[in-house]
Design a protein around this ligand. Structure first.
Ligand code: NAD
Ligand code: UDP
Length: 314
């Protein structure tokens, strides 16, 4: 059996990854999570499976688990969640990756770090390419996450250079889909729930800021290819994101049209350091991951996601 450790496995991305990997019978999937933002409901369908286990644990503390592969996804990802206790966020990023790197080093496992487009900060280069070094405010309200993730990337490459640890680094752009926490405050979940409940859709700022939104299935395929089929000497970082670039106003209008909601759009203050523009350049992923692209359009992805939230609102 191949022993696979997924930290943050009860969260949105982690639980979708667990579900994908348990399908291969040669995999034994160990989901490790302290349930800070993760939810048991996300992994309930997997709990009885013989090749799945759950361990409640905080990655800030070392744990010895023999394994062949590690996916380090543990970290709150929505701005309200990671800003709730910024010091906890930085510690999760930094102590978490240190503990996982030690584990990878001990068992000669391959470690994949779940990094983020936030390492580019409020980017001056558009769309963002991996070689761009970013424009991050080191003392702002997003820095606990942005700098925590940047430090985690640095540690991965230092462990690789110093100890030969096997690492892979992915930079994930805004992703959405089933198993998102309906209350975690990210824009796609907020807008869909507000529309379904007939509440006002809250746009922060004037709604001209942009993001590229990726449906979860495309991300999981990219993660799978990066771990299993990319060249051993391809470490990343690699962007995994969609090309479609939308303003928040366009997103709100799309959600209203697709839910048939009569909700109104209202404008609220823009939080500090909110990136103005974001769009993934995925040429590296296409080249290194056998032609991978994020194929599912925003409209197709929302069509699959709205029923998930309808279920929640019922
Ligand atoms: P999420 O909040 O749904 O999941 C994060 C999981 O990590 C949760 O289950 C949470 O309980 C767990 N966790 C947090 N702190 C922990 C700790 N100290 N010890 C153990 N577990 C802990 O977020 P997500 O969207 O699933 O994000 C997963 C990963 O992908 C994160 O590392 C995030 O930074 C990265 N990412 C996600 C996106 C996205 O759009 N979803 C974008 C960029 C990067
Ligand atoms: N946003 C918004 N209304 C909301 C939630 C978020 O307008 O109810 C905006 C937010 O200010 C940001 C964008 O939507 O400009 C994406 O926010 P999200 O929290 O989903 O992700 P991130 O900012 O980390 O890209």
């Amino acid at each position: 059996m191949r022993r696979i450790l997924i930290t943050g496995g009860a969260g949105f991305v982690g639980s979708n990854l667990c579900a994908r990997l348990v399908q291969e019978k040669e995999n034994h999937v160990i989901c490790l999570d302290n349930l800070f933002t993760g939810r048991m409901v996300n992994i309930e369908p997997l709990m009885g499976l013989p090749n799945f286990e759950f361990i409640k644990h905080d990655v800030q503390e070392y744990i010895d688990i023999p394994c062949d592969q590690i996916y380090n996804a543990a970290c709150p990802a929505s701005p309200p969640a990671y800003q709730q206790s910024p010091t906890n966020t930085t510690k999760t990023c930094v102590l978490g990756i240190l503990n996982m790197l030690e584990l990878a080093k001990k068992y000669d496992a391959t470690l994949m770090q779940f990094s983020t487009s936030e390492v580019y900060g409020d980017p001056e280069v558009h769309p963002q390419v991996e070689s761009y070094r970013g424009c991050v405010n080191p003392i702002g309200i997003r820095s606990c996450y942005d700098e925590g993730k940047r430090c985690a990337e640095a540690l991965c490459f230092d462990y690789h250079r110093e100890f030969g640890t096997k690492i892979k680094v992915i930079r994930i752009f805004n992703t959405y889909g089933p198993n998102m926490d309906p209350q975690d405050g990210r824009v796609v979940s907020n807008f869909i729930i507000q529309a379904l409940k007939g509440e006002d859709l809250t746009i922060y700022g004037d709604g001209s800021q942009t993001r590229s939104f990726q449906y979860i299935d495309d991300l999981i395929e990219g993660i799978y290819r990066m771990m299993n089929t990319s060249r051993g000497d391809f470490l990343g970082p690699v962007n995994l994101g969609n090309h479609g670039e939308f303003t928040m106003l366009e997103l709100a209008e799309k959600v209203l049209a697709m839910t048939g909601s009569k909700s109104k759009i209202v404008f609220r203050p823009l939080p500090g350091d909110d990136p103005t523009r974001r769009q993934a350049n995925t040429d590296v992923a296409y080249r290194e991951l056998q032609g991978w692209t994020s194929k599912i359009t925003l409209e197709e992805g929302l069509k699959k996601t709205i029923p998930y939230f309808e279920n929640y609102c019922r």
